[in-house]
Structure formats: C-alpha cells, structure tokens
Write a protein that binds this ligand. Structure first.
Ligand code: TXA
Ligand code: MG
Length: 313
C-alpha cells in the first residue's frame, strides 16, 4: 500500500469513510484512526501497529456533546471534567454503549473518549461524521510520534494516509481518568495534571502502581527507542561520546562531545521535545540516550512516567 500525505482534513475523512486507517495530528501526539463502528477498519489499526488485541483504543470525537454516541452513561463528574477540560489532552473512561464494537475496547465494558483541541483534528473528526478509534500512530512499543515524519518513519506503506498538521504541541499522550471508579482514578499522567483535576474532583486518586491493571496499555512495553535510555540526576552523570545523546533541563559541561544534545527551557519544553528527540536519535543511529530526571510533579509526573518506561527494558 502506498501511504498518501494529505493536508485536507476532508480528504483524510474520505479514507475513514471507506474503512481505511489514517494518521492525524492532535495536540498530544499523532493518532492512527479508523471508524469506531467498523470492526474491519479497527482491525486494520491493530494490524498496522502490531498492537496486542488486549489493549483498548481511545475513541475520538469533535464535540463533548457527541460522547453519548459511545458511552452508555455520562456521570455528573465526567460532565464536569468535560466542561472544564474538553477539548483538550484528557481521556475519560466511561461505561461502554453496547453497540460499540468489542474490538475497540478489547472486550471491556468501558470505553475511553477524548475530544482533541488541535484545529486540524477537530476539522478531520467533524468531516468523519463518526467516532474515530485511535491509538498513538507508532508501531506498538515504540515512542509515540509527534510529527508526520515520525509517523511515516514507523508506518509508511502500512496505512492509507497521513494527515499533516505540524509538531504536536504537548508531545506526551493524554491524561487518562477512570470515571467508572469511585473515587475517580488517574490511570495515565498527562498534561492535565492531578492538581488541575482536583479543582473539579477533589478526591481523585492516582492509580496505585501495584494491584489489578485497570488500564491494559500500562502493562505493555512502551515508549522505547532503539537506543538504550539511561536516566541521570545531573548532566555530568552522562558519559560524553559521539554515539551518546543527552536531553535535560541543564547543559552538560561539554555539549560538543555528544552526538546530539537538547537543553530544554522548562518541563513543558522537555515534554514537547522528548519523543521527537528519541526519533532523531534513532535516525542518527545514537546508541545511548541520557535523560535528565525532573521533579515528578505537575507535567513532570507525566514526563517521568514516560522516561521511566523508556528506560525499563
Ligand atoms: O493522547 C492520546 O491519548 C493519544 C492521541 C492519539 O489521542 N492516544 C493514545 O492512545 O495515546 P494509546 O492507545 O496509545 O493509549 C491509550 C491508553 C492505553 O494505555 C489504553 O490501555 C488506555 O488508554 N485505555 C483505552 N481504553 C481504555 C479503557 N476502556 N479502560 C482502561 N484503559 C483504557
Ligand atoms: Mg500508544
């Protein structure tokens, strides 16, 4: 299959209506979409990514008002979260409507829903006229793509089209909140922080690291570039070498001794840059990537979650 590069959201929607899969930009990372009500199309997502079938997909829609198309009920708390944070980098886990195909939710009786804030995503989802199931647009286990070039590097020839939309602003995947639990629980940290969520849901809890897996995706290997990832406290804990790279908030003493260096102005810039940095390092054949740790609070919680997973092999 030759993968088309598109700039018109309406063209991209034509492929969705024809049962094909299309990568599209969002403010978090690029998604790989298919018509959520077409199980054959959704199967193509799993095939293109090599995704384990027990890992459920998030359903994307243009408007919060469309959530009842896939959710059996929208509890008052979810209504409040949508009012405050949609559109935006937040996914809510809600009870699944019985007519949502089980392949979308990996057999679960819940469904993840997200309303992206990216204007191209919004135009695309509007033109699709159907909820769009979409994981991140990377081969399973690899870092999520934050540019169309990274999507193409991973999936060219395996998907019908890529809708171009520039670099993803946030650079990390959405915050996932389970609204079927009491109190609601954060299953994945993201740009909507625990403190943000507490303004609406004061009793919200971070899912415990141990215990039953509520978000199946969290048990799979994730976010791993080909290079080995090492976490360091300070830049000078990294060993300089032309085959090594460094990313963090402070500069190493000898930046030119590394093959690639990114010094980020703050945690948001670090989050925005991380997966693109991994992509560039893999393209250059970098062998080892040193990543400076950040304080695990606010957006730093999401960044540290991705860094820890990338470093774990
Ligand atoms: O920012 C994002 O969320 C991006 C963009 C494309 O929207 N999407 C994304 O999808 O990161 P994915 O499939 O890579 O990650 C979805 C996560 C997985 O950990 C999955 O297990 C979890 O959400 N998830 C989806 N549906 C769920 C459900 N019904 N119950 C629990 N976890 C669910
Ligand atoms: Mg993913």
């Amino acid at each position: 299959m030759s993968t088309r590069l598109l700039t018109d959201p309406t063209d991209a929607a034509t492929h969705i209506k024809a049962g094909q899969v299309v990568a599209f930009p969002t403010e978090t990372v690029y998604g790989l979409g298919a018509d959520a009500f077409n199980p054959t199309a959704v199967q193509r997502i799993f095939d293109a990514k090599g995704r384990p079938s027990d890992n459920p997909l998030i359903v994307h829609m243009a408007h919060a008002a469309n959530v009842p198309q896939v959710a059996a009920t929208v509890p008052p708390l979810a209504e409040r979260l949508l009012k405050r944070f949609a559109p935006g980098p937040l996914t809510l886990i809600l009870p699944r409507r019985p007519d949502v195909p089980l392949i979308v939710t990996a057999g679960l009786d819940t469904v993840g829903v997200r309303i992206p804030a990216h204007p191209v995503a919004h135009a695309f989802l509007t033109a699709c006229e159907t909820p769009v199931a979409a994981p991140s647009a990377n081969p399973s286990g690899r870092p999520s793509p934050t540019s169309w070039e990274a999507v193409a590097a991973g999936l060219d020839g395996r998907i019908a089209a890529i809708l171009k939309g520039g670099r993803a602003a946030v650079g990390l995947e959405s915050t996932v909140v389970d609204c079927t639990a009491t109190p609601p629980r954060i299953l994945r940290a993201g740009a909507v922080t625990p403190a943000d969520l507490q303004t609406v849901a004061p009793d919200i809890a971070l899912a415990p690291a141990a215990g039953p897996v509520r978000s199946p995706g969290q048990k799979h290997r994730h976010y791993t570039p080909s290079a080995a990832v090492h976490l360091v406290e300070r830049p000078d804990d990294a060993s300089p070498d032309a085959a090594h790279a460094f990313i963090g908030l402070e500069a190493p003493a000898q930046p030119s001794a590394f093959g690639r260096v990114a010094v980020c102005a703050d945690v948001a810039a670090y989050a925005h840059t991380l997966f693109d940095f991994f992509f560039q390092c893999d393209r250059d054949g970098v062998e080892r990537i040193y990543c400076q740790r950040v304080a695990p609070e606010g957006l730093g919680l999401a960044l540290m979650d991705r860094l820890e997973r990338a470093a774990a092999r």
